[in-house]
Design a protein around this ligand. Structure first.
Ligand code: ADP
Ligand code: MG
Length: 251
C-alpha cells in the first residue's frame, strides 16, 4: 500500500449528537486533529464523557463524523479498508465481548472468521500461536471464560483482535475492569505488541499513558487540548488544563 509519511491522520473531526426529547444537539468532538506514525502507540486520555469512545467508533468506521476526515496511509478510511487495511478493537468489558459458552480456543478462533482459508489443523495451530503471542498457555484452550481470570479473558480478546492481522490495534479502556496485576501484564503485552502494530489505547488514566504510550492526546469535553510526545506532555505540558488533569486537580 502506498501513502504519505503519516500513517494515521485525523483532520478536523466534528461530531454532534442529538439530545433526546427535543433537547437540541451537542458537539461531542470539536475539531479534532492528530496524527500517528506507523509502529507508534498513542494514548487517548480524558475523563469519562470527553469523547474518547466516540473517536474510537469513528476510527473503526462504525459511524461517520459530521465533518472532517480520517486518513490511513493517505487514504480515506473506507478506501483503506477496501484495499485490505484492517483495524481491530478490544473493549473494556471483556466478559460481554466473549460468548460465555465458548472455550478460550473458540473465542480466539472466532477472530479468524468464516472466510479463513486455513485447514482445521492449521487453524488450531494458528489459535495456539495467537494464545502464546498474548502470553496464554494453549493448555488453557479448553477453558470457558468463567473458569479464567479477567486478565486471561482480556488477553484472549486481544488474541482474537490480532487474528485478522490488523495494521492498527485500538484498545478502549482495556484494563479499566482489571486488577493491578492483570493491568500491568496487559500493559507489558501492549508494549511488546508495539513492535508489530500501530496501537491506540484509550484510557482515563494518565499514568497508564505515561507508562506505555509514545504519544498522548489529552481530551476535555470533546476538545483535544494537547497532543505531544508522552514525556513532554506529562512533564512539560503547555496547557494549564493538561497540567491540572495530571496533578489531579480536576473534578
Ligand atoms: P468517553 O469514552 O470519553 O467516556 P464517549 O465518547 O463515550 O466518552 O461520550 C462522549 C459524550 O457523548 C458523552 O456525553 C455521551 O453521553 C455522548 N454520547 C456518546 N454516544 C452517544 C450517542 N450515540 N448518542 C448521544 N450521545 C452520545
Ligand atoms: Mg469510553
Amino acid at each position: 500500500m502506498s501513502g504519505g509519511d503519516t500513517f494515521l491522520s485525523v483532520r478536523d473531526i466534528w461530531k454532534t449528537y442529538a439530545i433526546p426529547h427535543g433537547g437540541g444537539s451537542r458537539p461531542v468532538l470539536r475539531g479534532l486533529d492528530f496524527c500517528l506514525e506507523r509502529g507508534e502507540m498513542a494514548g487517548l486520555v480524558g475523563e469519562s464523557g470527553s469523547g474518547k469512545s466516540t473517536l474510537a467508533r469513528l476510527l473503526l468506521g462504525l459511524e461517520p463524523p459530521d465533518s472532517g476526515t480520517v486518513l490511513l496511509e493517505g487514504q480515506p478510511l473506507r478506501q483503506w479498508r477496501a484495499r485490505g487495511g484492517r483495524l481491530s478493537v478490544v473493549f473494556q468489558d471483556y466478559m460481554t465481548s466473549v460468548n460465555p459458552g465458548f472455550t478460550l480456543a473458540e473465542v480466539v478462533d472466532e477472530g479468524l472468521g468464516p472466510g479463513c482459508r486455513l485447514s482445521r489443523r492449521e487453524r488450531r495451530r494458528e489459535v495456539d500461536r495467537l494464545l502464546e503471542r498474548v502470553g496464554l498457555s494453549p493448555l488453557l484452550s479448553g477453558r470457558l471464560p468463567h473458569e479464567l481470570s479477567g486478565g486471561q479473558v482480556q488477553r484472549a480478546c486481544i488474541a482474537r483482535a490480532l487474528a485478522v492481522q490488523p495494521q492498527v490495534l485500538l484498545m478502549d479502556e482495556p484494563t479499566s475492569a482489571l486488577d493491578p496485576i492483570s493491568t500491568s501484564k496487559i500493559e507489558e503485552l501492549a508494549t511488546n505488541l508495539k513492535e508489530q502494530y500501530t496501537i491506540i489505547i484509550v484510557t482515563h488514566n494518565m499514568q497508564q499513558a505515561l507508562r506505555i504510550s509514545d504519544k498522548t492526546a489529552f481530551f476535555l469535553l470533546g476538545e483535544l487540548i494537547e497532543y505531544d510526545d508522552t514525556q513532554t506532555l506529562f512533564y512539560q505540558p503547555k496547557e494549564k488544563r493538561t497540567e491540572d488533569y495530571i496533578t489531579g486537580r480536576f473534578g
